[in-house]
Design a protein around this ligand. Sequence first.
Ligand SMILES: Nc1ncnc2c1ncn2[C@@H]1O[C@H](COP(=O)(O)OP(=O)(O)OP(=O)(O)O)[C@@H](O)[C@H]1O
Ligand SMILES: [Mg+2]
Length: 361
Amino acid sequence: MKPCPKCHKEFPEDASFCSSCGYSFNDTLDKAKTTIFPQGTLISNRYKVERELGKGGMGVVFLAQDTKLDIPVAIKILPKILSSSERAMKSLLREAKLSMSLSHPNILRIHNLEEEKDEHFIVMEYVEGKTLEKMIEEKERFTLEEFLPIAEKIAAGLDFAHSKNILHLDIKPPNILIDNAGSVKIADFGIAYQIKDNISRISGKETSGTLCYMSPEQMMGERVSRKSDIYSFGALAYEALSGNPPFHKGHIPEQIRFKSPDPLGNVPEHVNGAILQSLDKIPENRPESASEMVRMMKGKEGEIQLAVPETKPLHPDIPKDKINLGNLMRLRTKQDGDSALSWKNKKKHWKMYIRRDQENE
Ligand SMILES: Nc1ncnc2c1ncn2[C@@H]1O[C@H](COP(=O)(O)OP(=O)(O)OP(=O)(O)O)[C@@H](O)[C@H]1O
Ligand SMILES: [Mg+2]
């Protein structure tokens, strides 16, 4: 067994990635690691390094002081393997420029893409706070009331970028930064994916996106769209409310392609409906926007407070001994016919209710 350097969970020696946080164990990426800058180093004659903020699969992020503007900034040093490819740097620069054009309170600002000798680095807004990953780790899971305001802000940022035709493609808890006053910022817009995708191309090793949050179409290298971000947002919500992403044990790629996620056990029906619909294998079946998913999660006013499913009757018109999927479908098709839930998800919910009801007997 070997520990994941990022999240410290144990994995077999031959594992090529960490199924918990997505860290890649492969050698090429180890060589692609970035230079470490000691405290006090002046980068680009402007940014004075203070300390390391954290490590991702692709390198290190430092806190530095921008001596020109006298503000703290976060600096992500790009892996050398990327800096040495002109083509990769061109596409990254193109993407960084797009991201820089995104001005929204819930999107982390990128200030600049800088170069010094053969090092390239991204200078961005510094957030004094925690990643959503860290918060989930500390809390184990969020309650719905705690998570909804965060989800609303993530959705606002995502929808704004989508309205400008910019995709994130690496939405996951470590890329959500929450400051001490509670403001929420989506980090690494477009850039995380570009970095990973280009390293994949140069090294020939699969690294784009982070597996546990990746939609089936992105994993398969098929056409991606805003629905791919909505899938990842659904996986993030699933983890925030349950403590784990939808698929995190066993052969994850196969589950992403073929397995329906288990419904969450501790949330009302409409919340499960929203999250499971966003995790639908077919992009067209997912909610139209991230905010739409959050609206579905909120349900009708007051519904959040209800302690469904234990107390809610499956259907008032069906005697308990007649409750089965067929009866339930016949009676509820009319009621639920116009709701945004896909057929498959409706069936899944009803089955879950039947199971719950039997367990509660
Ligand atoms: N702008 C920022 N302000 C404050 N801390 C940051 C900032 N950006 C990154 N960090 C910290 O640095 C850590 C590493 O970030 P990084 O984006 O390199 O990795 P990641 O998102 O966890 O994984 P990946 O390798 O998939 O990008 C984050 O978990 C966070 O703690
Ligand atoms: Mg990141």
